[in-house]
Design a protein around this ligand. Structure first.
Ligand code: Z5A
Length: 222
């Protein structure tokens, strides 16, 4: 199998933290960046769950309305997110990394730890098993850099006021507080991979912090 030469960058954080906004601005900047005067790298933008035919179907199931859809218990939820990730890695991420692409993913394994472990209360051992199983044994499915956007849930949920929450976003404030604590714990435990970004700052300042992290941690000219 080809050695991966690209970079996997993941963007994490709670509801309304500004992930999609950052992914869009960052991907634009990365697509314009040139290394050593050469052509720019291919930039692949993905979101989880999704990005494959299977992933989009699972997304519809997982994030459908709270009422009217099938009952999905916490353990089934965990493994459905893991299934979507396994497919995305095999079908899209690994081939893109092998082409030396920069792969930007809006949510990844840390969301599973934050939501299914800290939010839902599943055991760390079970969640680790699902996360590792989805990513597989090789290093290439592990992010080179993770930007964790931190906002108090009141702020994030407030930004989405007026939008119909999905099955998980509609959980109560205590749930979203546990999720936030989960992300903060991950960022503190893995400082070599994670950069905590103040998501309450203006979008331009969030982008600047992300560009700085990409330049410093990955050595990319941006
Ligand atoms: N989930 C899970 O449980 N387990 C898993 O393993 C995975 C996911 C992978 C995916 O939802 C759901 O799946 C998610 C976790 C769960 N559910 N919850 N909760 P999603 O991907 O459809 O949506 P989301 O990621 O939760 O949130 P979002 O609505 O897409 O928000 P966002 O991407 O973080 O924010 P945004 O769309 O960029 O911005 C929201 C608003 O804020 C918008 O009006 C912006 O203009 C504004 N904004 C953005 N940045 C700023 C700043 N810096 N200042 C002020 N206003 C801003």
């Amino acid at each position: 199998m080809n050695e991966a030469r690209g970079f996997l960058i993941t963007i994490e954080g709670g509801e309304g933290a500004g992930k999609s906004t950052l992914v869009s601005a960052l991907s634009e900047r990365l697509a314009r960046a040139r290394e050593g005067g050469g052509p720019g790298r291919e930039v692949v933008v993905l979101r989880e769950p999704g990005g494959t035919a299977l992933g989009e179907r699972l997304r519809a199931l997982l994030l459908g309305p709270s009422f009217g859809g099938p009952l999905i218990g916490p353990r089934a939820e965990l493994f459905l997110f893991a299934a979507a990730r396994a497919q995305l890695l095999d079908e899209v991420v690994r081939p893109a990394l092998a082409r030396s692409a920069l792969v930007l993913v809006d949510r990844f394994s840390d969301s599973t730890v934050a939501y299914q472990q800290h939010g839902r209360g599943l055991s760390a051992q079970l969640v680790r098993c699902a996360v590792d199983g989805a990513v597989g044994p090789s290093q290439e499915g592990r992010p080179a850099l993770t930007l964790v956007l931190d906002v108090p849930p009141e702020v994030g949920l407030g930004r989405l006021a007026g939008e119909e929450p999905d099955r998980i976003g509609g959980e109560d404030l205590e749930f979203h507080r546990r999720v936030r604590e989960g992300f903060l714990a991950i960022a503190a435990a893995e400082p070599d991979r994670c950069v905590l970004v103040d998501g309450t700052a203006a979008p331009d300042a969030v982008l600047d912090a992300a560009l700085l992290a990409v330049a410093k941690r990955l050595g990319l000219a941006v």
